[in-house]
Unconditional design. Structure first.
Length: 508
């Protein structure tokens, strides 16, 4: 019992220290999470106990990283702290189901398979569980093992070939292999081989990186607008004035060809010709720089009905009408209510519309730049960036409003996940946020410039419009099929090993 408690604590500490947080991050600590879950499952007396212990460890690990969910619910959702406090706990309990299943898989593997075969099945199992986390029930792939290693760029380079989920599987193989090393030299060798493969591929990929296209100067403006005041009509003009003033400042310093304002930077319907919109249009025409900004938008459905969208507008010289991108992957319970007719409560945050998902078919273009927009937490989904590049994007732009999360772990975790999209797609990522962390990220996932949080910022950087496709992008569909094949192989291995064990016991 004492050893089980130690493994549960190790899982929580590994997740907390391994993933981004405001205090201390040491990425290899995240290896303790899959290793602890595997050891809990293998050491359990039965399948039920294996699931339970791994689930408990998963609750602690998830809560250590996702505690910040309390902040928007309490501070901006108008929910009393006694009612808001259980929200991250309930989320952690739900996320931990995946960890419990991994512990259950470990229990079955140790009973039926040789150590090396068990290691194979567990690494495939981690791959499947991370993919399930990113797709089931809208998906929430926030705590991938690969994301923890963004501060160490050499480690995340294999994502250009096998994606972040594939990289997470290799990391899990390394972690569990090291945990099994005292029992099996073969597992120790496999873990060492996986580590060398990650580092070797990372070094080769970084050495081959070169920019062969002209640079483009792009600016981000971080207004640092107080979220509690942002939607107050009395502050709308001040918000517009602040963004215009910061934009004039960066325009005078660096002459960017594109200026980026954050998600919902304009807290009104920018599509309407109002006095609030007029100075923004005039600024763009006078400056000559294209302007990308966020604003809510709507489509009328008759005299009384309308559909709301979370929209990014691109205003360019010589265009009578702006181009736009409507957010496709909406935040459940924040931007829309799933199963609204069945649930007894409204959305968990105020100041956010009940949006509909967008239907976008092409990148937003200005000059030689084709912008693939990732609105807010769309940057955590590999498939969203894949689609943007398929639609012609040679530059990814992530605009967000992380003011919802306060001074918690969430903004830095969000930034690290956005960096994975840069590596997977081989694209520069420009990130513009309201309160931080605004950043320029190169195609190797290196964060070249990162602005401070909760301060105004007007910064410019040089990016490159890249058209080359990574192996991951080209083989995206094939990799999905390969994942299915690996899952089938692992399932058959477990199934037939179980049958053989049963026959052996029967002969005895």
């Amino acid at each position: 019992m004492q050893s089980q408690l130690l493994w549960i604590i190790a899982a929580g500490l590994g997740a907390l220290i391994g993933h981004a947080n405001p205090w201390l991050q040491f990425p290899p600590a995240v290896l303790l999470l899959p290793a602890s879950l595997a050891m809990l499952g293998m050491g359990a007396g039965g399948a039920k106990a294996a699931f339970k212990r791994a689930w408990q460890a998963g609750v602690l690990a998830s809560l250590a990283c996702l505690y910040w969910v309390y902040w928007p619910v309490n501070h901006f959702g108008g929910v009393h702290w006694l009612l808001a406090l259980p929200v991250p706990i309930l989320l952690a309990m739900a996320m931990a189901v995946y960890h419990g299943l991994f512990g259950l898989l470990a229990h079955q593997c140790v009973r039926r398979l040789a150590p090396l075969a068990a290691l194979f099945c567990l690494s495939v199992g981690w791959l499947i569980l991370e993919m399930a986390t990113g797709s089931l029930l809208s998906g929430f792939p926030w705590l991938t093992l690969a994301g923890a290693f963004t501060p160490w760029p050499i480690v995340i380079q294999p994502a250009a070939y096998i994606g972040s989920y594939g990289l997470s599987a290799l990391i899990a193989l390394s972690a569990v292999g090291l945990a099994l090393a005292p029992r099996s030299r073969a597992c120790a060798g496999a873990a060492l081989a996986a580590i060398l493969l990650i580092l070797g591929a990372g070094r080769l990929h970084m050495a081959a990186y070169a920019e062969t296209t002209p640079g483009h100067t792009v600016a981000v403006v971080q207004g640092n607008i107080d979220q509690s005041l942002k939607w107050d009509p009395a502050y709308q003009q001040a918000t517009v004035d602040k963004y215009l003033g910061l934009s004039r400042q960066v325009l005078a310093q660096s002459r960017p060809e594109l200026i980026i304002w954050p998600e919902t930077a304009m807290p009104f319907y920018f599509q309407d010709a109002t006095p609030l919109r007029a100075p923004v249009i005039a600024f763009q025409r006078d400056s000559g720089a294209a302007l990308l900004l966020g604003s809510p938008a709507y489509n009328r459905l008759g005299p009384r009905g309308y559909t709301l969208f979370n929209r990014a507008f691109l205003i360019t010289a010589g265009e009578d009408r702006p181009q736009w991108y409507d957010k496709e992957h909406l935040v459940p319970f924040g931007e829309y209510m799933p199963l609204a007719s069945l649930l007894p409560f409204d959305k968990l945050v105020e100041g956010v519309g009940d949006f509909a998902p967008g239907q976008n078919v092409k990148a937003l273009k200005t000059g030689d730049l084709a912008l693939g927009v990732l609105l807010c937490y769309e940057a955590i989904f590999a498939g969203q960036a894949q689609t943007r590049v398929e639609q012609g994007a040679n530059l990814l732009v992530n605009i967000s409003n992380d003011a919802w999360f306060g001074k918690t772990s969430a903004p830095l975790q969000h930034l690290h996940l956005a960096a994975l999209r840069a590596v997977e797609q081989g694209r520069w990522v420009v990130r513009g946020t309201n309160t931080g962390i605004s950043a320029f990220i190169d195609p190797l996932g290196r964060i070249r410039t990162a602005g401070p949080q909760f301060r105004e910022l007007a910064a410019a950087g040089v990016v490159h419009a890249r058209t080359e496709q990574t192996v991951f992008h080209r083989l995206y569909g094939a990799l999905l099929w390969l994942t299915g094949g690996l899952a089938a192989a692992a399932a058959l291995l477990l199934l037939f090993s179980g049958r053989n064990d049963a026959k052996t016991r029967g002969r005895r």
